[in-house]
Design a protein around this ligand. Structure first.
Ligand SMILES: O=C(O)C(=O)C[C@]1(C(=O)O)C=C[C@@H](O)C=C1
Length: 92
């Protein structure tokens, strides 16, 4: 992917770059949901009833240095939505 030159880029170019990132995000969300569904089959209590707050906090802590533009609260909100959607999709 060509890097965006913030001085000269057009709206269409930057939106196109965002569309590419969103396509990668969608593929990652799909992969993550499949892995989370595997975990639900392994855990003694799966699905929403088996939520693990300590594990979810550890996920957010690990992501913090990788996403320095985001606060802990923002990442926690994002990951809460991702985790809940994954659990919904797992059908457990
Ligand atoms: O690691 C687990 O125990 C999972 O069930 C996976 C997962 C996740 O999607 O990452 C989902 C729910 C838990 O609250 C914590 C993490």
């Amino acid at each position: 992917m060509r890097p965006i030159d913030s001085e000269t880029a057009t709206l269409a170019e930057v939106r196109s770059a965002i569309d590419q990132v969103d396509a990668e995000l969608a593929a990652l969300l799909e992969r993550r949901a499949a892995l989370a569904a595997e975990v639900q089959r392994i855990k003694p209590v799966g699905g929403h009833r088996g939520r693990d707050a300590a594990r979810e906090a550890a996920i957010v802590e690990a992501m913090l240095p990788l996403a320095p533009s985001f606060s802990r609260e923002h990442l926690a909100r994002i990951m809460n939505a991702v985790i809940e959607a994954g659990l919904d999709a797992s059908g457990v």
